[in-house]
Design a protein around this ligand. Structure first.
Ligand code: DP6
Length: 326
């Protein structure tokens, strides 16, 4: 039998309404729905080559062969793909990120979205967008949001079949920009998989979840109306709520560095001065500054004056995962 191979590309996404905590850790069924924007400027390209001669899966990321937990996670994911296809066949995976690894940029969303598309194509499954989103979710929850185009909502669901993401609006719908300020990469973080398991230990998580539908509605309608002030209000509230849960879980997770707070403060001041910008943070110290494209140059000039910032990555809204010719 010849090799069956396929290549796919996917972008990471930045959540406006965050996913934090699972109702089922194995199936990655989240405790609340979430909304995000794909990031065009960043991408993961992955080739999957199934070969009947192989006795195990292998993984090369950015020209480096990986073993350990990274390979185990990929292996567990490919087991789901093998089961779906009914074929017990192993693969060589070659993956590349166009953004700096080790710079605190989360890559599991684009990684598992690209892998879900390439692996399912290579093994001969022809999955719909919804099925692909469900599959990507099993590798990394936020990866299900990197399958559809542009501005995306993940419906929490209560079982595998109804927990998936769909596009709210295409990437071209609204010219927002994410200016990502990398402030420091020096401290060791607790990864999101471990973090999700701690969410329910915070007494604030119940309140955060109770208010989730309101925030989702508010955020979705802000996007559909292109109302930046409304969007800014809910994005910052949602990020602050998630970090309040993180800081009050057991053990407590503190992702902010002093420089993080400095950038958050500056963004609030800029908005006070009429610059359409707001901040949001994932499970790390870097600050995503979401703004209207008309404000992007000014924000980059302002960030250039904060000399502790190591790098600024600028991204427009991105498309969904796509197959590439071999
Ligand atoms: C803070 O999707 O990375 O970025 O499912 O364990 O891979 P796993 O978690 P992951 O969690 C993302 C957490 C977040 C918020 C978000 O993107 O919604």
């Amino acid at each position: 039998m010849p090799d069956s191979k396929a290549t796919a590309i996917a972008h990471p996404n930045i959540a406006f309404i965050k996913y934090w905590g699972n109702r089922d850790d194995v199936l990655r069924l989240p405790s609340n729905g979430s909304i995000s924007m794909n990031l065009e400027g960043l991408s993961t390209k992955t080739e999957v080559k199934f070969n009947p001669q192989l006795r195990e899966d292998s993984l090369i990321l950015n020209h480096k062969k990986l073993g350990g937990p990274a390979l185990e996670r990929v292996y567990a994911f490919l087991d789901i793909v093998r089961k779906l296809s009914g074929r017990q066949i192993y693969a060589e995976i070659t993956s590349e990120n166009n953004f700096p690894t080790g710079a605190g940029m989360a890559s599991s969303a684009s990684a598992f979205a690209a892998l879900a598309l390439a692996a399912s194509n290579a093994i001969g499954l022809n999955l719909s967008e919804t099925e692909l989103s469900r599959l990507a979710r099993r590798g990394s929850g936020s990866a299900c949001r990197s399958i559809p185009d542009g501005f995306v909502e993940w419906y929490e669901g209560d079982k595998d079949e109804n927990s998936y993401a769909a596009s709210i609006a295409p990437a071209a719908f609204w010219d927002l920009v994410d200016c990502i300020a990398l402030v420091t990469t020096s401290h060791k973080e607790v990864g999101s998989t471990a973090g999700h398991r701690l969410a329910s230990t915070s007494p604030l998580q119940t309140a955060r979840l109770q208010d989730a539908y309101r925030r989702l509605d508010f955020c979705r309608s802000a996007i559909l109306k292109k109302d930046f002030q409304q969007l800014a209000e809910i994005i910052e509230l949602d990020s602050n709520l998630m970090h309040a849960v993180m800081m009050t879980s057991k053990p407590a997770l503190f992702y902010w560095e002093p420089q993080t707070i400095e950038v958050m403060r500056a963004v609030r001041n800029w908005r006070g001065q009429g610059i359409p910008a707001c901040y949001t943070l994932d499970a790390g110290p870097n600050v995503h500054i979401i703004c209207l494209s008309s404000a992007s140059d000014k924000i980059q000039r302002n960030l250039a004056q904060m000399n502790f910032i190591q790098q600024v990555i600028v991204s427009k809204p991105g498309a969904g995962a796509a197959s590439l010719p071999d």
